[in-house]
Design a protein around this ligand. Structure first.
Ligand code: TRP
Ligand code: SF4
Length: 329
């Protein structure tokens, strides 16, 4: 029996942060053993909001591939590829754009939210409106069964199912209706206690280590009510404690009660966290060293993933053109 197909994409945002790792990539690493996995860098998607500044794209793509490898994705077990290398994604997007009602796109919650939020960028474009249509093409072109995503992406997977139904209704059954695999959003705060995000400049990158990592951890905000070492603390409002809960399961109870009793100081508590983080990230950093030492590896990984993806999508597009009777010759 053939394995079920899993597909997911990541925008080329540059170096991934540990929030990206825990919220998505760690799960991808698990999935690669069980499913036929397609993981891609969604560089065309990045253009929907960042079309004015493409200077860093190549570098960012390379950073993401290095991080995916470092995190534990194995090119022998899964396909890692680049969206813009596979032109059929654009062909299927175009065909879907012909059958997708405008109202579906205009009603999409991510569309409405982002239009309201990003008033400094001009995203009143055709491409940005059609974003979920492109995402549907990315997913359906692999006839994916499962799409691991965070909650924010659920409306896009739902629209993918609707587009699949509409296509099948109009032209005969070509596509399955993929299901989301919801990855629980692990709430690891950023260094300042807000949501971890590149735009807030409060991230810990997956590749951070040594002094860089230590300085970031030492700069984290703690319980603001704690001034002296023996003031009783409130671990539930402390970003450092949120990390201990996650990375230091053996000591978290002790830290919680010692903090509340004013028995430990924040400096020591952060040093302890740094040690734990360094230990957990060590295998990832070793793989990062390996790929950084082999300058051709990023290219090889993408070329290999692109080639396997191409085989699958050539077949799907032959089915699509036939079903639509646009298979001239
Ligand atoms: N839209 C996704 C994001 O912003 C990235 C993405 C593009 C994607 N195509 C996809 C995710 C297909 C899952 C499946 O994170
Ligand atoms: Fe946070 Fe640790 Fe300080 Fe308590 S002792 S406030 S948990 S850093």
């Amino acid at each position: 029996m053939s394995k079920k197909v899993v597909l997911s994409g990541a925008r080329p945002t540059g170096a991934l942060h540990i929030g990206n790792y825990l919220g998505a990539i760690k799960n991808w690493v698990k999935l690669q053993d069980e499913y036929d996995c397609f993981f891609f860098i969604a560089d065309w998607h990045a253009l929907t909001t960042d079309y004015e500044d493409t200077g860093s794209y190549k570098e960012n793509i390379s950073e993401v591939v290095m991080d995916l490898y470092a995190a534990g994705l194995e090119p022998d077990k899964c396909n890692i590829f680049l969206q813009s290398s596979l032109k059929e994604h654009a062909e299927l997007h175009l065909l879907f754009s012909m059958i997708t009602p405008l109202s579906w796109l205009e009603r999409c919650p991510t569309y409405k939210d982002q239009l309201n939020q990003m008033d400094e960028k001009n995203i009143r474009t055709y491409g940005f409106l059609g974003y979920p249509c492109l995402q549907s093409a990315d997913i359906l072109i692999y006839k994916a069964d499962y799409v691991p995503v965070g909650e924010d992406q659920l409306p896009h997977v739902e629209m993918t199912r609707e587009i699949a139904r509409r296509f099948n209704f109009l032209f005969g059954k070509v596509f399955p209706e993929p299901e989301p695999l919801l990855t629980e959003a692990k709430v690891l705060p950023g260094l300042d206690g807000r949501k971890m995000s590149k735009s807030y400049n409060n991230t810990i990158a997956l590749k951070d280590r040594g002094d860089v990592l230590r300085k970031k951890v030492m700069s984290m905000i703690t319980d603001p009510a704690r001034i002296r070492k023996d003031d009783p603390g409130h671990p539930d409002v402390c970003a450092v404690f949120a990390y201990h809960k996650f990375f230091n399961k053996e000591e978290k109870e002790q830290i919680e009660s010692d903090c509340k009793a004013g028995l430990i100081g924040c400096v020591g508590c952060k040093k302890n966290l740094y040690e734990k983080l360094a230990e957990v990230l060590k295998p990832i950093h070793e793989r990062r060293d390996e790929i950084e030492a082999n300058p051709d590896m990023v290219r090889e990984i993408i070329a290999r993933g692109n080639a396997s993806a191409q085989v699958v999508i050539s077949k799907t597009m032959a089915d699509v053109r036939k079903a639509m009777k646009i298979d001239w010759e």
